[in-house]
Design a protein around this ligand. Structure first.
Ligand SMILES: *[C@@H]1O[C@H](CO)[C@@H](O)[C@H](O)[C@H]1NC(C)=O
Ligand SMILES: *[C@@H]1O[C@H](CO)[C@@H](O)[C@H](O)[C@H]1NC(C)=O
Ligand SMILES: *[C@@H]1O[C@H](CO)[C@@H](O)[C@H](O)[C@H]1NC(C)=O
Length: 158
């Protein structure tokens, strides 16, 4: 899982930093005292007219290899990733780069790959767009992960 790999990587870097750096005890205490914050934006894109799960539930076809962009403000692409074979995408962000409230208010998820890529019967232009919603926090080891997901995709013709 991409997210787990990234988290393991972050953990390793943290451990490496703690082991390698000849830090003053005060500094070390400061790092351990404050959890490392991460924002994880993740969700599943389905291969349906509105990108959402259909009436058939988990048997709804997913949208693999779709380019998912995190766009903020006036369509500024802040980050992007691709859905995997299960239609799942995950974007890890350093919350220092973007305040949580700004992220939730000014940013959106845009599926830039046309729906026709997963089903020739679906539109070949336009895009799926969803605002973001806060799902909650998980504290795991030294990490404080804020989970954010799409509040619901809709199709917008271009
Ligand atoms: C997609 O990613 C999820 C989460 O990492 C994983 O559980 C799933 O097996 C992946 N799907 C494929 C087809 O790789
Ligand atoms: C749901 O599943 C049934 C039975 O497999 C199928 O006939 C129908 O087309 C499916 N509906 C959608 C929206 O995919
Ligand atoms: C984790 O981060 C969230 C969001 O920044 C914050 O509200 C919460 O207090 C943090 N939790 C801990 C245990 O530090």
């Amino acid at each position: 899982m991409a997210m787990e790999k990234s988290l393991v990587f972050v953990m390793c870097m943290l451990v490496a930093a703690i082991v390698a750096a000849p830090m003053a005890e005060a500094q070390l205490g400061n790092i351990i005292g404050n959890l490392l914050s991460l924002v994880n934006i993740q969700g599943i894109v389905y291969c349906t007219a509105n990108g959402r799960i259909g009436v058939n539930g988990t048997s709804t076809p997913v949208f693999p290899n779709a380019l998912v962009q995190l766009q903020c403000g006036n369509g500024n692409v802040v980050s992007s990733t691709t859905t995997n074979g299960s239609g799942l995408f995950s974007i890890l962000m350093d919350p220092l780069k973007l305040i949580l409230s700004t992220l939730l208010q000014d940013c959106k998820l845009v599926v830039a790959t046309p729906l026709s890529n997963c089903n020739a019967g679906l539109p070949s232009d336009g895009s799926l767009i969803s605002p973001l919603k806060l799902l909650g926090n998980i504290v795991s080891g030294l990490l404080n992960i804020t989970n954010i997901g799409p509040s619901g995709f809709n199709f917008f013709s271009s």
